[in-house]
Structures are given as structure tokens and as C-alpha cells.
Design a protein around this ligand. Sequence first.
Ligand code: APR
Ligand code: PHB
Length: 392
Amino acid sequence: MMDTQVGIVGAGPAGLLLAHLLRLQGVESVVLEARDRAYVEARVRAGVLEQGTVDLLSEAGVGDRLHREGLVHQGLELRFDGRGHRIDLSELTGGRAITVYGQQEVVKDLIAARLDAGGELLFEVDGVTLHDLEGEAPTVRFRHEGSEEELRCAVVAGCDGFHGVCREAIPAGTLSVYEREYPFAWLGILAEVAPSSEELIYCYHERGFALHSMRSPRLTRLYLQCAPDDDVAEWPDDRIWDELRTRLATDDQWTLGEGPIVEKGITPMRSFVVEPLRFGRVFLAGDAAHIVPPTGAKGLNLAVADVRVLSEALGAWFAQGDSAGLDAYSETCLRRVWRVQHFSWWMTSMLHRFPGGDPFDGRLQRSQLRYVCSSRAAATTLAENYVGLELV
Ligand code: APR
Ligand code: PHB
């Protein structure tokens, strides 16, 4: 039997950052993670941090390595019909920028901070179940190192990702689900080669979307639109490079640097939201509550935005018994969630080839791309959403 103020299920960015922000306010928590530490720290995910995410991590004292190793980008490129068009993010947003820093690096920094502070973080727990969510003393039961444990807490934070158990623990019919699946997926690779461009390149092509990103001066991250049921076995390295070269080709001298592929994976694409983000004493945050397609680079940033709101609300509740923040949690977060859902859907729709789409669709997409690249108003819409809106 253990007791804590907040039981946090999941040690992804949402759970770990929540634990850290709570500790800064003097609120105790226990974090329960199904996987082992090495797995969580090695899992390659997205890598674009909004200005507000960087600012929050810095203020919370976990931004040192991020500032040393992160790559600050003030613009990005939209490429179509063999030409690149730069969107000057900083100039359009009063000096804001994004930072390229792998999600697993954020996770490593947060795990280190948690362990340094002597905070409770249990890896390899299994059989997590939630109980008494509508009462004043919810509990989390789980197995750890061969024994059955029960964690009594005042509040449970469901930060266990899309496939977690917390959302499922909420009685059927309580949550409304809003969902859209896309008829394509992303094949992502990490290659040991210097990036071929200093900034990200989002590329629209008849054969499908392609994205050039990076992790460091020696590591390039690249993505290709593929079919949702494709298997990585159907994508030998040569086929990947051929396809990337074709889609990213320009009319000028640009060439794509190639190197050994050290990571390869396929990610399905969906938009998903549950409402509300609360049931009794359980609060959902991050991917447990919502998923965006990766085209807007928003998944991690949205998880961070949720736990910022949740940590402040919990801080006020534990310190002063003030429940206003907790009562408003779902509504406050959902405003940003839906803004970001729209942006991610819009970027996805503008840049991907829809199987079965007719030439009319393609004409609309090109027109939209040309508009974004030629109108300051349209470019600002992309830029302010991409670097992250302060108010939503
Ligand atoms: N018990 C304990 N832990 C669990 C369970 C469970 N039943 N189910 C899942 N987990 C853990 C996962 O192993 C993972 O470490 O919860 C964690 C959830 O982390 P993420 O999936 O990274 O979700 P989140 O923290 O919300 O971060 C959102 O992750 O998927 C990306 O693009 C997404 O960038 C976004 C970010
Ligand atoms: C990445 O670098 O992994 C990345 C960048 C931009 C995106 C998605 C992923 O939109």
C-alpha cells in the first residue's frame, strides 16, 4: 500500500513533465510506466518543439541540454512543382521560432530530473487498473517486481498514450469520441548523413508527400507518405532513397544526401479527440486524450500544453482547495486541442495525395500551396499556428 497526491500513469512526455511541474509546486506524485527505461529513452518519435514548449521546459529547469543541442529554426520550406518556397516563421510571428530536438531527448532529460530529485518513477509495471474514480480516494492497482501494489491517491492523471488503460477505465457512454482516419501513413527513417537543407522541407508531389527533417548535424530524419497497410519489409533502403529523390527533386542543383538507415518505421495517421478530458478524479492528458496527424508537428506540444494547465490547476487545488482550475481543465485544454486539430488536418489535407482523389483535388491543393507562399496573410496563418499560438 502506498499513498501519494497524484498517481500518474505513463512516463511519456506528458506524465514525466506533469510529475516535474507538480514537484516544483510541492505536490507529490508517483509515475507508473509499463516499459523499461531503455525502451522509453530510445523510442524515436517527432522532434519539433514550439516556442512555448521550449520556454516552459527552460523555466522548469529542464532546458539546459535542449539549449545546447537543439537546433533553432526560424523558417521552413514548402516544396511543390520542383520549387521551394521559404516561410519565414520568425519574421511573420514577431520573432518566434521552433526548436528541433528529439522527443526521446526530452524524455531522457525529464527522467534524469525526476531521478535526481528522488521522485518516484516505477518502470515495468503491469496490469494497471483504476478504481473508485468517482469517489474522493481513487486507487491504482498494478504489479511491480512480482508483487501486487495499490496506490491510493487524491487524483489520477491518465498520461498513458493512445493505447493506454486510463481512457478505457472511464465508463462507456461517458466520453464522446471524435475521430478521422486518413487513407495513408508515414514511413519514417533516420539516416546517418548530414541534413541536405538547414530547415525542414514539407514537399507536395504527385507520388505523395515527403518531409525532410533532422536530429543533429549528422542525422537526417525523413518521411514518405505510404499506404496504411504497407509493411516496412516492402520498403528496402534502395526503394526509400529512390522515392525520396523523386519526390524531393527540384529544378535546380539541390541534391539529397544519403547514408546508412539506422531506424525505419511506419506510423498510421489519425485525428482523435475524446471529450471531456475528465471523469470524476481522473484527468486525461496528451495522447491518452487526443491524437493529431504528424504533419503539423503538434503531438508533443499539445501534451505539454495539457500538463501545464493540469499542473497549475492541481497546484491551486492542493494548496488552497481552489477547484476552479480543475473544473475548467477540460474546456481550457479542448480550445487548444481543436485549434491544433484543425491546423494538423489542414496541413495534412494540403500536402498529401488522397488515393482515389480526382484531378480537382490536386488543383485545389496546388492553389492553396501557391496562396500560402504568396500571401502574407496566408503565410502568417501557417506560421503562427506552426510556432504555436499563445492564446487560443
Ligand atoms: N500502464 C503504464 N504505462 C503505460 C500503459 C499502461 N497500461 N500504457 C501505456 N503506457 C505508457 C507508454 O509505454 C508510454 O511510455 O505511457 C506512456 C505514454 O507516452 P506517449 O505515448 O509518449 O504519450 P504522451 O506522453 O501523451 O506524449 C505525447 O507522444 O506519441 C507521441 O506524437 C505523440 O509527441 C506526442 C507525444
Ligand atoms: C520530425 O522531425 O520527426 C518531424 C518534423 C516535422 C513534422 C513531423 C515530424 O511535421
